[in-house]
Design a protein around this ligand. Structure first.
Ligand code: HEC
Ligand code: HEC
Length: 369
């Protein structure tokens, strides 16, 4: 017993002072390779004819920051999507004219998504930018009123003419609304998160630069190993953006009525949505068929990116978790009764130790700059 105690004390005292090199297996290195590179190159959105045009980006920025596109002139995109909070609002659920039913999503790296909104109610960024304008709880406008406000503002109407090549006052409201959405989307395509400690580690590891690898905190390395292995977070949070754009239920218990049906409801909205890739307002050379989730849809939500989380709490579609610690703990100890009854069974409670949960959180923190 005494011997073991001595060994234990030695281990506790000595091990942290040794910089023991962590070695990742070939398989882990390939998994890590798939989590980059960062940033991702700009790819023009073929469904948006203004995508990548500097004049449209500048017009979109004006529209994003104004209060004039809300019915009472006291709401705007940037009121809920605040730059200093990585384009979220710090609230459990967004608050416009009224409280909405979901947590505000970060707009960083939004150009990399295939689906928009927690339930993928839209498959274009410009369509997702039109939605809040018309939602009575958010900005409460109509297409006619959007036109009126653009026409009445000299700076807006000059910018409109410059981007679209037509005078705003001669436009059909429905067409003008789409152009406003596309300018807003062009601006948001430029909201990119910066390379992080994880990206520097990844580059160093792949280049064999051991000294730079050592600069990455050991706890984050352990967390990363869990993320790729035992905890298998990478099953859903994969790729450079840490999100395969699929929909899953992660066994969050119902906490309030009415229950948010998630993807099930999103698909119903999508079917009626005029602002989709395959719709009449889309640029025609759009990129192939839509991708569809092969998994359960009821109470399933889009897998969110894990970049930039340090400033985007509370977490989940309904903002139910204040901290990353609570969020990661959920995966450790949820109730299997809350798993979806149909579809592929992916999750099981991980039963992690406190230390392992801390390591996962340490890893997640290195995905923020
Ligand atoms: C009242 C607060 C609020 C306002 C105002 C608001 N948003 Fe949002 N935004 C949200 C919420 C909440 C969501 C998630 C909605 C959902 O999933 O149902 C969201 C989602 C989005 C998304 C989807 C992001 C993704 O990754 O899927 C985009 C794009 C977006 N908003 C752009 C805008 C633009 C552009 C404006 C201004 C025209 C705007 N928002 C105004 C709260 C707001
Ligand atoms: C089955 C797919 C799946 C797996 C595996 C998975 N997640 Fe998630 N994750 C999701 C989905 C879906 C959401 C959004 C759920 C919601 O809001 O209803 C989410 C949300 C999150 C969030 C909140 C992000 C935000 O912006 O609100 C974090 C953090 C997170 N996951 C981390 C992890 C970690 C760490 C692991 C491994 C322990 C993991 N996830 C495993 C699908 C998954």
């Amino acid at each position: 017993m005494r011997f073991f105690k001595t060994v234990l004390i030695c281990v506790v005292l000595i091990v942290p002072t040794l910089s023991f090199a962590f070695t990742f297996s070939d398989q882990e290195r390939e998994q890590i390779r798939a989590l980059g590179a960062w940033p991702q190159p700009f790819v023009k959105d073929e469904s948006n004819s203004f995508s990548g045009q500097p004049e449209a980006v500048a017009f979109g920025k004006l529209l994003f920051e104004t209060g004039d596109l809300s019915i009472n002139r006291d709401q705007g995109c940037s009121f809920c999507h605040q730059a200093e909070k990585n384009f979220t609002d710090g609230l459990t659920k967004g608050e416009g004219m009224e409280r909405v039913d979901r947590n505000t999503i970060s707009l960083l790296d939004v150009r990399l998504r295939h689906w928009y909104g927690w339930s993928g109610q839209s498959d274009t960024l410009w369509g997702a930018s039109i939605r809040p304008l018309l939602d009575p709880r958010e900005m409460g406008m109509t297409p006619e009123l959007v036109k009126e406000r653009i026409v009445a503002n000299e700076e807006f109407s000059a910018a409109y003419q410059n981007v679209v090549g037509k005078a705003a006052r001669t436009e059909e409201p429905a067409d003008l609304l789409v152009n406003v959405g596309k300018a807003l989307a062009s601006f948001q395509e430029g909201l990119n998160s910066q390379p992080t400690a994880f990206d520097r580690f990844r580059e160093a590891l792949l280049a064999g630069d051991q000294q730079a690898v050592e600069a990455y905190p050991k706890d984050a390395q352990r967390g990363l190993r869990l993320f790729l292995g035992k905890a298998n977070c990478v099953r859903c949070h994969d790729g450079p953006n840490f999100a395969l754009d699929e929909f899953h239920s992660i066994a969050l218990p119902d906490i309030e009525a009415p229950i948010d049906l998630g993807r099930e409801a999103g698909l119903a909205v999508l079917a009626e949505n005029p602002w989709v890739k395959s719709g009449q307002y889309s640029g025609k050379s759009n990129a192939g068929p839509d991708r569809h989730s092969a998994h359960e849809t009821l109470k399933a939500f889009r897998v969110p990116s894990l970049r930039g989380l340090s400033k985007t709490g509370p977490y989940m579609h309904d903002g139910r978790f204040e901290t990353l610690l609570e969020t990661v703990s959920h995966y450790s100890d949820f109730s299997e009764a809350d798993l979806p009854k149909t579809g592929e069974k992916i999750l099981e409670p991980l039963g992690l130790t406190h230390r392992q949960i801390d390591q996962l959180v340490a890893f997640l923190m290195t995905l923020s700059d």
